[in-house]
Write a protein that binds this ligand. Structure first.
Ligand code: THU
Length: 137
């Protein structure tokens, strides 16, 4: 996959959302990260009865991939089938994702409607310390 197929990545995020463990919020989220190795790493949200321990789909995908040895990603898709409107990643996930994605990496997210937001990692987390510091080295 040289040209990033965001539609295919989004379909994989949607399939991952089906595996969400979300008995408390009933809000399923799926994420699909395209690694620089060409593999797709998916994740879903995993909640807990101690609510603060919920893990977002995006971080599940990052932790899965990094623990398998993949540390850089070229694209991300997020699916939230329980919302009509697209829902972007939370602030904590933006920070974690930016550790492993360049600022020009495409990101798309969408809910139950056809409308999807297409953006980049850098637009989701501008003036990121990691990337800004690297430019000045
Ligand atoms: N959630 C995610 O998995 N990703 C996001 O970007 C937003 C929120 C999850 C956390 C929780 O399980 C549920 O959605 C409701 O907030």
């Amino acid at each position: 996959m040289n040209e990033v197929d965001l539609e295919d990545l989004f379909r994989q995020a949607l399939a991952a959302a089906d595996r969400a463990y979300a008995p408390y919020s009933h809000f399923r989220v799926g994420a699909a990260l395209l690694g620089d190795d060409g593999e797709v790493y998916t994740g879903c949200n995993v909640e807990n009865r101690s609510f603060g321990l919920a893990i977002c789909a995006e971080r599940t995908a990052v932790v899965k991939a990094v623990s398998l040895g993949q540390r850089s990603f070229r694209a991300l898709a997020i699916a939230t089938p329980d919302s009509q409107a697209p829902v972007g990643p939370c602030g904590a996930c933006r920070q974690v994702l930016s550790e492993f994605m360049p600022s020009d990496a495409p990101v798309c997210f969408g809910g139950g409607q056809a409308i999807q937001v297409r953006t980049t990692m850098g637009e989701l987390l501008p003036h990121d310390s990691l990337h800004d510091l690297a430019k000045n080295l």
